[in-house]
Design a protein around this ligand. Structure first.
Ligand code: ADP
Ligand code: MG
Length: 724
């Protein structure tokens, strides 16, 4: 059988399937992992690049601001030079000075207004108008700072310009005092810075949306902001201890940081640089979302290359896997098929073996029954002629014969040729009824437990055989528990649809598989000589099969045994329990006339003798043909008792049929070792049947009961099953 090879092949397939599955997973997972790695790298690189660019941009912007401031400082110096030694009335009245200031202003785009202010805070000459309007700036912070002490070149606060009405800031210096550095304060020169100048410059330099530049004083005051935000009339101061002000605490010259904007809450990346020696920082910011966007674009580009390759790879792996799987599946199914066929063949062989054994044992038992009938009858007759003291020898012989009878019954039961008398009974009831018998057959160290389902389970069986089968099972259980234990008898609906289940479970030794395989075989026993016949379980099996059911064993060494009998449920309700034996029919006023047909001389002789003793008038015939000849002459018989198997072509069954046709009023009783069912299949459904072996008194009782019953009106009324 190629089954083993198939199975190893299938196992190999399973192994390569696992490999393919792994390949499939790897073909998807590996590119994903690589892609994630690339993504991480890109992310890192993007940020590094942003930092580099931001620092560079901040540096450029710083250079620009520094240049602006330097130029303005130079301009202020030149104005100081120009006005050196001039008194205030002269300054205020000098139109050339105004023109000079105006020219300087026009040369430098970044300057809004250039002005000279006296120590009292009045603007005495300015680049925008002449004569100056004497506007007062004495209250402003930068003026007061310069008034208090020489602050050098001072970057003023952000404020709304008196001259232009716009927000701006100024650069200022003291006029050089007439008395040298320690001379008295003699006014200031200052220039306001035009914010538009920076705005337009930044607009030209910065291309992207999402970029911003801020000019911030070290104290957090915002001087210029591009793009412009909010109400420009509001002075803007950065919150302390975060963002820029936090960053410059540790790195006062330049640096980068990530922060959420004080302005719109967006996350931004900042790079800052201090403008020369001025307490001013130029801060460049770029939106983090811009960086993320860039990263996504890069990743999308990478994915466009990686994804198709990955997909193709995965598809190929999947195809290979799917194909291998379907092949493995087919192989598995095939192997299964082969296994199933082997099981079936095994079962067939077993049932053929049982069938052959059944035929053999049936044949042997059948012949034995004839001999037993003759012996029993002769002993019965002998008994009448023996003195009382010799009767015990007779009893001994009778006991031996009864045992022999039981043995042949079991044999026949296995071969399913036993004459059975089925009746519909409730399985639970009939089991309860044998409680006493079962209790008596076990030992004191064994407990018998009952588990009977409280539902009606009507079955059509021969109750005698049911009892025998149950008894056999209980005895086997007892024998399997030499040290005591429990036997559990359970009755319940079977898992097999339409069946009732009787189960006998014990806590005994159990059976190894090789014993279990043969336990149902007739004559198979593991018990010592004289202890076991090997017919117990074979009878159980025969009974179950003959009743249309089945018997199975579940057992393992050391774990006890369960034997189950499944019996088909009967559609009929159980008959009422048989009433106490009805009084014997009154002795017939005239003796009954019987025609006995039997080819076995021994049996014939014994039967005739027995019936005569019982008070019958007996005629005989050697075979069917002879019987028909007798009946042609004389039909005045009450009954014809016939053997079944006879020579000369007319069997008991043929005889019964012919009698039925020609002399319908005549009764026929067939005596046979075959079961009524097997006789029925031969066409004997018109006659009553008595199982061999029998004693003369049993035969007589049966004859009387048949004759006493009403004459048959239809063939069915005399059918085998209705005879009880
Ligand atoms: P016998 O009882 O005469 O040996 P059976 O046909 O009843 O014959 O049983 C056949 C064999 O099956 C027994 O010899 C025994 O080995 C085994 N067997 C039957 N019933 C049981 C049981 N309940 N526990 C263990 N073994 C059992
Ligand atoms: Mg037994």
């Amino acid at each position: 059988m190629p089954s083993r090879k198939l199975e190893s092949l299938a196992a190999g397939r399973t192994g390569s399937l696992r490999l393919l599955r792994l390949l499939l997973v790897v073909s998807v997972a590996l590119p994903l992992v690589l892609f994630a790695g690339i993504g991480w790298r890109e992310h890192r690189d993007s940020w590094a690049e942003v930092e580099r660019n931001s620092r560079k941009t901040a540096l450029l912007l710083h250079e620009h601001v520094l240049k602006v401031f330097d130029t303005m400082a130079m301009t202020l110096d030149r104005v100081d030079e120009r006005t050196r030694g001039m008194g205030w009335p002269e300054i205020a009245g000098s139109e050339p000075l105004h023109r000079y200031l105006k020219t300087l202003n026009e040369d430098l785009n970044q300057i809004g207004v250039l002005a000279v202010t006296d120590p009292q805070g009045l603007i005495r000459n300015a680049s925008n108008v002449f004569p100056a309007r004497n506007a007062y700036i004495g209250g402003r912070a930068y003026f007061r700072t310069q008034q208090e002490a020489d602050a050098g070149l001072l970057i003023g606060e952000s404020m709304v310009s008196k001259a232009t009405g716009r927000r701006s800031f100024s650069l200022s210096r003291r006029r050089t005092a007439t008395g040298g550095p320690d001379g008295a304060f003699d006014g200031i020169i200052h220039a306001t810075v035009d914010p538009d100048y920076f705005a337009s410059f930044y607009h030209r330099v910065l291309a992207d949306r999402g970029e911003a530049v801020t000019l911030v004083r070290g104290d957090g005051q915002v001087l210029v902001r591009y793009p412009m935000i909010r109400d420009e009339n509001q002075a803007l101061t950065l919150p302390p201890n975060r963002g820029l002000l936090l960053a410059i605490q540790t790195r006062p010259d330049e640096g980068v940081f990530l922060n959420t904007s004080y302005n719109d809450g967006a996350e931004r990346f900042y790079a800052y640089k201090k403008v020369g020696d001025f307490p001013v920082y130029v801060v460049y910011a770029v939106d983090a979302s811009l960086v993320a966007g860039m990263w996504w674009r890069n990743m999308a580009l990478d994915a466009a290359f990686v994804a198709p390759a990955t997909l193709a790879l995965a598809l190929i792996a999947w195809l290979a896997y799917a194909r291998a799987r379907s092949e493995a599946q087919t192989l598995r199914l095939w192997a299964e098929e082969v296994r199933n066929r082997q099981r079936l063949e095994e079962a067939l062989r077993q049932s053929q073996k049982m069938e052959a054994l059944g035929q053999l044992t049936g044949g042997v038992a059948h012949d034995f029954n004839n001999l037993l009938t003759a012996a029993l009858t002769n002993l019965h007759l002998l008994g009448r002629h023996l003195p009382e003291e010799a009767k015990r020898f007779l009893n001994g012989a009778n006991t031996a014969l009864e045992r022999a009878e039981k043995l042949t019954r079991q044999l026949l039961s296995f071969s399913r040729q036993d004459a059975i008398n089925p009746a519909v009974v409730d399985l639970g009831d009939s089991l309860h009824r044998m409680g006493d018998l079962l209790e008596r057959s076990i030992r004191a160290d064994i407990a018998l437990e009952w588990d009977v389902a409280p539902v009606p389970l009507p079955i059509a069986v021969d109750t005698v055989q049911l009892e025998l089968a149950t008894l056999n099972l209980v005895l086997n259980a007892r024998d399997a528990m030499p040290g005591g234990g429990r036997i559990r008898l359970s009755v319940r609906p079977s898992p097999v649809a339409g069946h009732a289940r009787l189960e006998v479970a014990d806590t005994g030794t159990g059976m190894p598989p090789e014993v279990q395989a043969r336990a149902f075989d007739p004559f198979f026993t593991t018990k010592g000589v004289g202890k076991g016949t090997g017919l117990g379980l074979s009878m159980v099996y025969g009974f179950a099969r003959q009743s249309g059911g089945n018997a199975t064993i579940e057992s393992r060494p050391g774990e006890g045994t369960r034997v189950r009998i499944d019996l088909p449920l009967s559609p009929e309700a159980p008959a009422a329990p048989p009433p106490a034996l009805s009084e014997r029919p009154a002795e017939a006023p005239k003796p009954l006339r019987v025609l006995v047909v039997e080819d076995n001389a021994l049996v014939l002789m014994a039967t005739v003798e027995g019936l005569t003793q019982e008070g019958f008038i007996v005629e005989t015939a050697d075979h069917g043909v002879a019987a028909l000849e007798v009946l042609e002459q004389d039909q005045a018989f009450d009954i014809v008792v016939s053997d079944v198997v006879m020579p000369h072509g007319v069997s008991g069954i043929d005889l019964a049929r012919r009698i039925k046709e020609r002399w319908p009023h005549l009764r026929v009783l067939l005596a046979s070792g075959y079961s009524p069912e097997s006789l029925a299949t031969m066409g004997a459904d018109t006659a009553a049947v008595l199982a061999k072996p029998f004693r003369p008194d049993q035969l007589a009782a049966r004859i009387r009961s048949i004759v006493a019953s009403p004459a048959p009106t239809s063939p069915k009324a005399a059918a085998v099953r209705s005879e009880r």
